[in-house]
Design a protein around this ligand. Structure first.
Ligand SMILES: [Fe+2]
Length: 144
């Protein structure tokens, strides 16, 4: 075995329903890196026309920040409804969403094909003052 072989993890096909607040939904395959140092879930979204099922219920992680990453398949759109606190956002295209620990959230696909990646890590890996910088940078970003 090579010295760093144990840094490479298998992404196992583990259903959404295996985690709290989630149900399975047609068109989503979930891959999870068991044993990885942070929670890493990769979802392959296959040609969803219009999903109306709220398969992810609003929830919060008190001790973890969460990142959601949307990557549409080339030639396709990927549209999610993402709840942040009490707000609902329609998020389209290649986007990343920061969900600080304690913030109620839910992510549900509406339509499209591509990849949706969810990462959770111990809170405070990004400091509050850095978050303020992030927020300022985001407000300076022109979104279509
Ligand atoms: Fe979550």
């Amino acid at each position: 075995m090579k010295k760093h072989q144990d840094l490479i993890f298998k992404n196992l096909n583990i259903p959404l329903s295996s985690i709290p607040h989630h149900n399975d939904v047609e068109g989503i395959d979930r891959f999870f890196a068991e044993g990885f140092p942070v929670h890493l879930a990769i979802h392959k979204i296959s040609a969803i026309d219009k999903n109306e099922e709220q398969y992810t219920k609003p929830h919060a992680h008190e001790d973890e920040d969460e990142i959601n990453i949307l990557i549409p398949e080339e030639g396709s759109e990927l549209v999610y409804e993402i709840q942040l606190g009490d707000e609902l956002h329609v998020v389209e295209g290649a986007k990343s969403v920061w969900m600080p620990a304690g913030l109620k959230h839910a992510s549900n696909v509406i339509s499209g094909s591509g990849y949706f990646i969810a990462i959770r890590m111990k809170k405070d890996t990004v400091k509050q003052e850095e978050l303020a910088d992030l927020s300022e940078a985001a407000s300076n970003t022109v979104s279509p």
